[in-house]
Design a protein around this ligand. Sequence first.
Ligand SMILES: [Zn+2]
Length: 410
Amino acid sequence: MRGISEKRMERELEELGGFGRDGSGGITRLSYSPSYVEAALWLIGRFRELGLKVFCDGIGNIFGVLPGEGDSIFLSGSHLDTVKSGGVFDGAAGIIVAMEAVRIVKEQGITPHSNTVVAAFVEEEGASFQAALVGSAYLSGRLTDEKMTSLIDDDGRNIGDVARDFCDRISPYLDGFYPLGIPSRAVEVHIEQGARLDRSGMDFCIPPAIVGTSMTEVEMTGEMNHAGTTPMDIRRDPFRGTVEVASRLNGHVKKFPGAVGTIGRVILDPNVANVVPGKVTFSLDIRGPVGEDLKKLIDLVIADCHCVAEEMDLGVRIKGGHSEPPTDLDPILRKRISEAMDKRGWSWEEFPSGAGHDAINLALICPTAMIFVPSKGGRSHCPEEWTETASLAKAAQVLADLIVDEKGVK
Ligand SMILES: [Zn+2]
């Protein structure tokens, strides 16, 4: 592959992965932490070495910019933070790939048509401020300065203040505040974090959508009683109700392609071996790639909760939740990506992303697409996370082809 250096990419991933290395063998690089500052300074150094202009914004996102001939802006990148004891590739891979793509475009003496931006988003994982996708939300305008004051870390500091300290720390090495506006197009390269590509042997996935998510909490109440003296036929056992809902949930989910449903947390009250519980609280996490399907599925499951409660003489309360609609990724950009892969003779398939990504926020402001590369064994958010450098090099080539191909794109 002309220009792309797998060795260089491997070395850079290793160097970046060295920031936040913890005792578990994994990486804990929480946003704004000392290891995050080190990683940011390292990245700024790489950007400088590449001859890019380097900027940050009010939340601490970092941008390396290769000026283009035109006014349009092509953005690619991912997040620089990790979960606790995460892996080397989640987020970092998308930044290293974008940087390599820009590097080979530049090394070949090409001035791209679009201003090309390598972005490193902060606080995607939500490990420090209990809100995910924060950096990209700021870029999209979804997170206002005002809302920032309500995001508080464990030390009671709001994200605006923490971000300001971080920006002060890195500003001597920057060209200033990010001067460009909203991107014209954005492509986020990310590890799949699932096992589908690893199983299919395909090179890439071009996800058509990122699934929508609905989180609800359900409380079922019955009658607490003695496990030995209460006959089965007069029990009002909310755990039996919970099991029935879980079983019906499985049946409903199968009717909607790509949808998944999980009861991941169940709290019995009391949680005692010889007592029929009086109350059960359980979580309901439902996800799907099609907005209408997702709504129908949630309605079906909630209706079941009421139905089961009535059949078993239980009380039921649906406690409000949080929901995020699915994100459709841009069909034109996806087509350009698939054509670039076809030209190189690399295989790809389409399936929705089951995880949330910064692309959700980017899609609010500009045509956005994603490229997934295989995750070995589908492992992610753990030290064992692994993606072959060859896959990342291919992704960098596709991205470089897209950057060169920006000319003539309206
Ligand atoms: Zn990620």
